[in-house]
Design a protein around this ligand. Sequence first.
Ligand code: NAI
Length: 334
Amino acid sequence: MRVAVFSTRSYDRRFLARANAGGRHELMFLDAALDASTAVAAQGAEAVCAFVNDRLDAEVLQQLQRGGVRLAALRSAGFNHVDLAAAAALGIAVARVPEYSPYAVAEHTVALVLALNRKTHRAYNRVREGNFALEGLLGFDLHGRTVGVVGTGKIGECFARIMAGFGCRLLAHDPKPNPDCLALGARYVALDELLAESDVISLHCPLTPATRHLIDARALATIKPGAMLVNTSRGAVVDTPAVVAALKSGRLGALGLDVYEEEADLFFRDLSAEVLHDDVFARLLTFPNVIVTGHQAFFTEDALTAIAETTIANLDAFERDGRPLHAVSVERLA
Ligand code: NAI
């Protein structure tokens, strides 16, 4: 099958080419992100393969369909960037990679928690400058602290398991409680109770209409003063200007972000010689108690191998019987 693969970097090409052993599919690797101005590049392809910041809205999907595309194979678990209703109406199947390595994302989340708590990012710079003073580097024992996990699916469960290993008390919030998290000792509570009691709050829910700006000014007013917030789910789960205000007031003690609401204009490319135009993002970078990584939580050898293999399996299944292995249906948006 001929596939236009958007937003590819060297690592995507390497892992996808390896999974596509024998060249079963004709993969056209494109640097450009998919949007209304680039959709034309998929002309003649039966499928597009897209990543998290590609746009698959109604306009783009219509263009793709006119060009012959019948499948959108996402290289991600999240599918918030696809207009599923429009895809269904146009007869374009949507596939995703439901699980590739929950460990990759959970472990990166823990890395952010540990670095923020023990100020590793500041210690690294200090020691290189010959500054061995400890003032300002004081952390706390995670053992015995309360960790709130919002969304206890595959990644949230994995994160909860690691934090249980640290000896943390676990609170959880999810419309569908996970028996394995209950077995770990997690107590399911309302969001406000989780926010009020947790020393560390970690977000692992998908971005849906119900979770957009779940952490807004109102929610931030209920958090335990000085609590740490970590978001490795999707940027828009958090209202970023509200978070900046909470950092300025000191209500929020530390912030770790791997995702950002407006990341599509920033992440996955080298902008080090450019002027930063996003003032909210620029403000975030000025806080000593904020660490931002550029959507790299998934970025392990294991995860990239699994993403590539599942993506090729989706293409194989679609070519064979007209249905991808892991179809996303419109009902999933509810
Ligand atoms: P999952 O589908 O296994 O789990 C999501 C959980 O969130 C489910 O248990 C669901 O019931 C729950 N949920 C839904 N609405 C909720 C709400 N309003 N409040 C609380 N919980 C709610 O998904 P998985 O694999 O654990 O991934 C979670 C999210 O992590 C993905 O949707 C994606 O956005 C993000 N992600 C980020 C990556 C990164 O590199 N930073 C990589 C992979 C995923």
